[in-house]
Structure formats: C-alpha cells, structure tokens
Write a protein that binds this ligand. Structure first.
Ligand code: ZN
Length: 483
C-alpha cells in the first residue's frame, strides 16, 4: 500500500498522484501541465506507469490542471473507470472538448506553417520526396483529439458527495465538497491491505469559505495521511466585502465616464461568480444602466451546468434560485454564442460590460475587445484572477504603455483595475481552517504549490504545531509503514 507523488509536486499544475493498493493502480487526478518551461514536451513525455495497467482514476474536479491528461491516458490504453461527481463530469466534458479542440487547431496551424515554409523550398521538398521521406515527415500531432476527449468522458462513473463507494478491492472512496468550483471534491480514501487500514485524504483544490454560490469546504473526520494543496499557502486574499465595494465603485465611476468595461474571466467559476455578484448588487451598483454581455460559448455552457445543479449551491444561492428560478437573474444580460453576436458588440461604444475569456488574455474573444477598447481612456478593464508572467493580462496589470495583440502594439489608455478578493482557491487562513478539522493528527504532505506557497504553508502549520512535509516529485510514501 503506497502513494507516489508524480505531478503538482513542487508546482501548481499537472496534478497526479499514483496510489497502489493490493496490486492495483489508482490515479488521483490526471492533470495537464500548464505554463512553466516546455509544458508541451512534458505533457507528451511517457507516464511513469503503463496507461493500460491503470485500474481507475479518481478525479477531484474539472479544472484542466487536474483532468487535462485523461484523453491522453485513454489514447495510450487506459480503459478503466474515472470516478467523479456528476457536476464534475458535466464540466469536464466542456473543458476537455475545448482543450482538445485547441490542441487540434494548434497542431493544424503549426503544420500549415511548416507546409508554407516547405512550399518556398520546392526543390528541397522534391529531394525529400525522392529520398522517400514524403512531404508529411515530421508532421505534428495534437496532444490528443476531440475524439479522445469524448471517449474518456464515456468512462466516467459518477458518485454523489458523501456516498462511500468501493472502487477496487481495498479502496473505498468518499467525495466531500471542496467548495472550489461546482462539483469539486476532496477525496477521502479508506484503504485496506493485509492488516493495514489507512484513511488518506486528498484535499483536491480547497475553495475559500463564504464565497457565493458554492458551499464551504467540508472537512471534519479522522485521517492518517492528508495530501493537501498549498497554492496560496503563503498569503491572505483581500477581504471579500472590500473587494465587492471596490467592484461597485469602479462600475459607478465607469458609467459616468462613458465607455465600456471589460472583464477578462475564466469560463468556469469566475464568469458565473461575476454574474452572480452583478445580480446580487443589481440596484446598489446601478447595474441596470449597463448592457451586460457574456461573450463566451464555453462560459454559457458552463453556466448551464451550474443551473442544472442547484442541489450543490449554498443556502443563499438556493434561496435566490428558488425566488428567481434562474441564476444569475440579470434582465439586461445578452449571451453571445456566435461570432456574429460577438462582433455586434463592437458597435457598442458606451455602456457595455463585456465578460469574456480567456482569463489571462492569452486568446479567446476578450482579445478582440481589448484591441478596440484598450486605446480608449474612457474605458475600464477589471481583472479578477491571477495573471501569470508573460501573458498579455500581466503586461496590462503591470502598467505597460503598450501590449502586443495579434502581433500589433496596442496602446493602453483605458483604466486598469485588479480585484484581489476573487479566488477559487482558499488562502493560508482557509487552508489552516480546513486542515484543523481533520482529527487524528494526520501526517501532512503539501502539494500543488510553488516553493513559496508550500513553504509558507509548512511554516504556518508549524506555528500550529503540525509538522508538514513538502512533497517532492516521484517521492514514494509507504502507507502501511506509517506509525
Ligand atoms: Zn482547480
């Protein structure tokens, strides 16, 4: 009976841990590596296990850094079940299809560029043909295809929160709400091998307490080992009430200045949260004076998944849902699915709130809106999520006078705001609060954090008398040999 840390040890993406019990292999998550050095090559590298020998995957939630390599696992021979909550499966279907579509499109573009270069070197191509290599030698394949993504979704088996389920001999799983995105779970594992009985808790991504729509992270129970995330283990988020006040005052000021407001947002989670807050503060923030556009087919689809699962809301959102029979209740919301609908927004020069992806402005429809609105001093851009180094979003937040969009320099004259209190991840205080609900003084291993997050969490836990360890990649933990 042992656990091996594989992905998201010492970093925040590529979540994947390997559990072996009674000779069977179970993966906890199978996420995509994003950002950092050469993520594509790392994602393409062979797994440290035979994909066809994996007996089951247990998935904590639908974010791509937790489920994004499932289609690749399928492509390489995995045919076992993927256990997840129903809302997690519904969101994973949307996110994996999008991820696969982008992978196919990127590969196509790269191949087209290659073809064009070859076109300019007709003689060399002829030589290659004569040498028998053919024009398609070295063709770039997408990491996985839309078909791989659809097939692996067919392997999902859904399990409701709180229901203990035997998934393999000696492996019983219970999902408990992690309060991070809809359908997100902490995974409680009851393991048995020979004489050894162990309770291992994998936190997944832990949300903030007291956020809208979602319930608080659940804990409370005995554990022998806990593997917990530490993304924001070294910091505290800005107070939520102050963040909402700031959001409201930016909107009121922006309306009197004329111009539009752009909100780059992740399609799953953040877009729904922003819409919910706009509805909840409709009168107070004078939202009725705006036209609100959700310009993202993926965010629209994800919102429908949120609407289909009112049983997962917190009490406040449930009450709102009952009273208004839809969330968000925005009478002035336009959903833009088609490119034509999106382009029609270009004609609105004043009074539009445009919510679109991608969250870090690396692509998607927000890029077109930035191009039109960034040079206009009467416009506002509101960031609500983390902006990674090297992204256009980061350049704008850092106050650069120009950003490059589609290869062209675009002047930044609009006002730029950053709202600190929106995060799907709990901060240090939230993580401490969650860990403190576990009884039995579990051995605590920190994953899913860059070194600052994990070290900050380790120090904070030490101050509470908990000696935690920072997991190293490929580190092996003998669960039977504990205590
Ligand atoms: Zn997540």
């Amino acid at each position: 009976m042992h656990l091996q840390f594989y992905g998201a040890a010492g970093e925040v993406t590529g979540s994947c841990h390997i559990l072996r019990v009674q000779g069977r292999t179970v993966l906890l998550d199978c996420g995509l590596i994003q950002g950092g050095a050469e993520p594509d090559a790392r994602n393409r590298a062979p797994f440290p296990f035979e994909a066809s020998q994996v007996d089951a995957v247990i998935l904590s939630h639908a974010h791509i850094d937790h489920c994004g390599r499932l289609p690749l696992l399928r492509q390489r021979g995995f045919r076992g079940p993927v256990y997840a909550t129903a809302a997690c499966r519904d969101l994973a279907r949307i996110l994996l299809a999008d991820s696969a579509y982008m992978a196919e499109r990127d590969a196509e573009r790269a191949n087209r560029r290659r073809e064009e270069r070859r076109g300019g070197h007709a003689q060399r191509r002829d030589r290659e043909h004569r040498a028998g290599r053919g024009a398609r030698s070295g063709w770039i394949q997408p990491l996985f295809t839309v078909e791989d993504a659809a097939e692996v979704i067919g392997q999902f088996e859904t399990v409701p929160y709180g229901q203990a389920t035997q998934v393999l001999p000696g492996v019983q799983v219970t999902f408990r709400d992690a309060g991070h995105i809809l359908g997100s779970a902490s995974v409680w594992l009851d393991l048995e091998e020979g004489e050894a009985r162990r309770r291992v808790v994998f936190s997944g991504d832990v949300g903030q307490y007291d956020t809208p729509i979602l319930r608080d992270p659940e804990g409370d129970g005995h554990a022998d080992v806990v593997v917990m995330e530490s993304t924001y283990g070294d910091r505290l988020h800005r107070d939520r009430a102050a963040t909402l006040d700031e959001f409201g005052s930016i909107l009121r000021q922006a309306r009197s200045g004329g111009g539009n407001v752009l909100i780059p947002a992740f399609a799953v989670g953040r877009s729904q949260e922003i819409l919910y807050e706009l509805a909840a503060h409709f009168d107070e923030w004078e939202v009725g004076r705006w036209q609100v556009f959700l310009d993202s087919p993926m965010a629209i689809e994800a919102s429908q998944v949120y609407l289909r699962h009112p049983e997962l809301y917190d009490a406040e959102a449930r009450a709102a849902h009952r009273n208004l029979d839809r969330i968000p209740a925005l009478p002035n919301l336009a959903l833009c699915r088609t490119a034509t609908e999106s382009m029609a927004i270009n004609a609105v020069r004043d009074g539009a709130i445009i919510i679109a992806g991608s969250g870090m402005c690396t692509g998607g429809r927000i890029v077109h809106h930035l191009k039109l609105n960034l040079p206009r001093p009467e416009c506002n851009v509101i960031f609500s999520g983390f902006q990674a180094m090297g992204t256009p979003g980061r350049a704008i937040v850092d106050g650069r006078p120009f950003v490059r969009i589609h290869g062209e320099p675009v002047p930044v004259r609009a006002s730029v705001h950053t709202l600190g209190g929106f995060s799907a991840h709990g901060d240090q205080a939230d993580l401490l609060r969650w860990q403190a609900t576990l009884q039995g003084k579990p051995q605590t291993w920190l994953v899913h954090g860059e070194s600052s997050g994990a070290d900050g969490m380790r120090e904070a836990l030490a101050r509470k008398g908990v000696a935690a360890h920072v997991a190293r990649p490929m580190q092996y933990l003998d669960l039977a040999a504990l205590g």
